[in-house]
Design a protein around this ligand. Sequence first.
Ligand SMILES: [Zn+2]
Length: 478
Amino acid sequence: MIKTFPKIHLIAVAGISLVVGSALVLSPSADVEAKRMTIDLDLHQESGKATDVPEQPVADANKAAPDAAPDSIPRENGEAPSSPDQATAAAPEQPAPPAEPALEWTEMDVESGDTLSTLFNEAGFNDGLMLSVIHGDGDAEKLQHLYVGETLAFGTSPDGELEKVRLERNRLESLVIERTDDGYAGEIVMREPEPRVAFASGEIEGSLYLAGKEAGLDDRITMELAGIYGWDIDFVYDVRKGDTFEVVYEELYLDDEKIDNGKIIAARFVNRGREVIALHYTDSNGESDYYTPDGDSMRKAFLRTPINARVSSPFNLQRRHPVLDVVRPHEGTDYAAPTGTPIKAAGDGRVSFAGWKGGYGRTVVLSHGDNITTLYAHMSKLGKGINSGTRVEQGQTIGYVGASGMVTGAHLHYEFRVNGVARNSRTIDLPEANPVPESEMARFKAATQQQIAQLNTLGEGFRQIAMAEEAVADEEQQ
Ligand SMILES: [Zn+2]
């Protein structure tokens, strides 16, 4: 049986609201859900008080003081508000709905063939007024750029004066033009979606992709999950039936309606009995990444493969050379890919060679420190700005697949050398990317503490519900 659980929205759960604090807005429906979950989760809340996270919920806990006393948040804030009113009162950041009872609004969709002039005329205003609006201050001129699908609204005062023009580009961006004492003035208004915490969990039966779907995750979040763990787990070869995952992630809301998913905040993956927890952390330089609870990077210093392509010829020190037909070790791995496929730098480093290299054809060699070098051969062309001495970052495009040099067809030949000795890039133990530095460890611990608590609390609450539901189902069957 597939033990995947439905996704739930847990914004207002005790454990979560502790973390998120008073900036949360709870819709009445969320409140109802929240209460249901609160009962379950409060049982496990004794030590679940979160650290001081001022505004940004959960992950970007930049301001979390390392020594924040867990008790510094009054308990009242930590509980799911008992009524929607109370919730709204505790939510100063929610933009109030436009409170302009005095204005009468005419709203029209921008359709193919519309011009600003026709829309103004349709709303009962002439071109002269249109011109004074678009000649207004600030961003008012941007009204001239209309796109099909946008919404244009005119706000008129009781005496027929055009007081406001509002162009909604999309749900997050509008241009608002208001009448001033001497004309009009426009301003771009951006709305920030409100992140709410969601949780999903599943057990893998076939693939992570299917299990993610079953758990209610969208493809992007599943892909991100695979990306976070992809350094550690090969989702094609390593994943076994019975592996489980739990994900705490953001859902982005606007006006109490979900518009998108945000980032993964924390995750737990159990692969063949081995548990790996990944926590999102934004360091003091503003760089975000995923780390284990000990502060080790989830990344490796090297990509396992520098290209999205299949292996056409493996590393083999006894290989018979396809062109020369003699035993000639194959000191790298070949990846078959069409000419022009981008090739990525396997790790951060410096270009030590870029150009033609005999049978290798057009080639780039990178030096990475610790006497590790990587080599990329047979390129059709080099990446932009790739010259000897250039610094490159992991994942940067350094060239494109080709068939230059002594080859039978387009492919990438990739070598990984340690102290000059060729090693199998597909099996060698790759060094980890930089961990959280010692100097930042206290900050890291403080910032990620509540993510771990969340993962534990939500996971536990979830299992309880699942068990209860199973028990009910069993009873019903009997
Ligand atoms: Zn090769």
